[in-house]
Design a protein around this ligand. Structure first.
Ligand code: HPA
Length: 261
């Protein structure tokens, strides 16, 4: 448990962010939750003076595919560690013309195309049927902090976008991407849901920090290759890390504010 109970900011690292350099580590813990073990150990420490709990969504090493991630255990483990604000870092494909590879995206909406994932805490033996509000899936105050930081640090970014969450692990067909575009999706990824909804069910602030690692299927003149994805991660991850580090104090203050009100 971090020393500042309920003030830690949680970071869920995705593809390209299995570990967080710059994190001044105080403790590494293997934990269990009522939903099983999370994807990785919890790495607790300080980033720019702010208590942080880091979790690697795909495990460390990176070997859990998006549809097999135990999202419930991941969110519950962070919650139990005192986290009340979560940044989900996600590798995504760009659909919107402004979302080219290596660009950072801070989306504002989600369309969920995933299926068969354990996607709610509100099932089984319940006292009452519960429906959470999910009109605005990403926390607006946390989004503002990330946007302002990206601007201040001159990190190339798009401060809008509808995240289309697909099942994977295969990438989409060109026709699927055309349909998603007609639906209003600007970016596509495999891990944005049910993570955002589960955070909301636990009453946590949640925000997505996306890194575009390829043009979505059919949006360029070539097929998607791992080489292209790795090159975009190499080019763009420093921007993601800059935003994470420089936004920590403000995100921590936001979390503390919520605790005291
Ligand atoms: N589609 C789905 N998920 C992704 C993509 C994509 O093109 N790129 C990175 N994650």
């Amino acid at each position: 448990m971090t020393s500042d109970a309920n003030r830690a900011v949680g970071i869920i690292g995705g593809t390209g962010l299995t570990t967080l350099s710059g994190l001044d580590i105080t403790e590494t813990r293997s934990v269990e939750t009522s939903w099983g073990p999370p994807s990785s150990e919890l790495i607790e420490g300080c980033l720019d003076g702010q208590p942080v709990v880091f979790l690697s969504r795909h495990g460390n090493p990176h070997n859990i595919p998006p549809h097999e991630v135990n999202y419930k255990a991941n969110l519950k483990a962070l919650y139990d560690a005192g986290v009340r604000t979560v940044i989900g870092v996600n590798a995504v494909g760009g659909i919107h013309p402004d979302m080219s590879p290596a660009c950072v995206v801070i989306p504002d909406q989600i369309i969920d195309y995933t299926w068969g994932r354990a996607s709610t805490f509100f099932e089984g033996e319940l006292d009452a049927v519960t429906h959470i509000d999910f009109t605005w899936p990403y926390d607006s105050a946390a989004r503002e902090i990330l946007l302002q930081t990206a601007q201040d640090r001159n990190v190339a970014h798009a401060g809008f976008g509808v995240y289309g969450a697909t099942q994977g692990p295969r990438l989409e067909t060109a026709a699927e991407i055309r349909r998603m575009e007609r639906d209003g999706c600007d970016l596509v990824g495999m891990t944005g849901m049910p993570e955002a909804a589960l955070a909301a069910e636990l009453g946590m602030r949640y925000v997505c920090l996306g890194l575009v690692v390829n043009w979505a299927a059919g949006k360029s003149d070539h097929i998607i290759t791992m080489d292209e994805i790795e090159a975009a991660i190499e080019q763009g991850m420093s921007g993601v890390k800059q935003i994470l580090e420089a936004s920590m104090a403000d995100l921590g203050a936001l979390t503390a504010l919520a605790q005291s009100s």
